[in-house]
Design a protein around this ligand. Sequence first.
Ligand code: ASP
Length: 297
Amino acid sequence: MGYKLISTWKMSYRKMSEVKEMLKRKYSLQEIIEAVIMAVEDNPDFQSVGYGGLPNSEGIVELDAGYMDGDSLAFGAISGVRNIKNPILVASSLIKGKTNNYLTARGAEKYAKEKGFKSRRMLTEKAREKYQNRVKENSHDTICVIGRDLNGSMAVGVSTSGLFMKHPGRVGDSPIIGSGYYCDSQIGGAAATGIGEDIMRGCLSAAIVNYMRQGLNAQKACQEALFSYLKRVNNEPKAISLIALDKDGNYGACSTLPDFPFVILDENNQARLMVYRGQEKRIIEADENWINSYQGD
Ligand code: ASP
């Protein structure tokens, strides 16, 4: 079976297109997941992740990230961090410890400084203007990447600036293991994006992996996790999107949105931009018309 990778949103497409080259240069799965996430974190055009992310209600950018290794089930996470250039690198470095795997706010920043991770002033001029004008359109997303290498090892990484205008200290699902991400190489991996409070209430990434544990493939597990949860909460959540990859290499995606773009690597290691269409409950490949009309990240 070939190399497998799935990531959220159109914003991941450009770096996913470079994975083929990275594979030739023998990057590890962790390095590839980090590289895709870092490319989005470093790009100021994306207003929901890393540099250029939209700030909280006090005008401060607070970032969350998580990483899980599916072989050992080790995880690392940080939340509420300010002025750290690449939160994903700090989160993934925390998988090494037996304790202190999830650090928050000033403690996480202290750790990042001690370990020499790069800092950066994360509020861009564009984000500051949006804050001043309270421009609320499309104001949250998370970059999530799940992968499976040629040996069957799996991992997942996530990074976000959370909700625009959130209360200082508010943390969503993204750094919370089992909610924003979960991965077990013997079963599969899952990750979520959307309103974190709704995702946490359903522990949706763990729910997907549990459905895969029961034998559902990645697509069926995403659908089952989302639709059974929506039924339970009377269809109230309006912005939840999920991706999954099972141990057999099948991709899955599901969403409450009319259009949820995500990216996969095909059998030739080419990136392909796909769209889960919420109303039709099916996946299509994005064509030029779709790409030209899509407004979001
Ligand atoms: N899940 C993120 C949060 O609630 C935001 C998103 O993915 O849209 O912080």
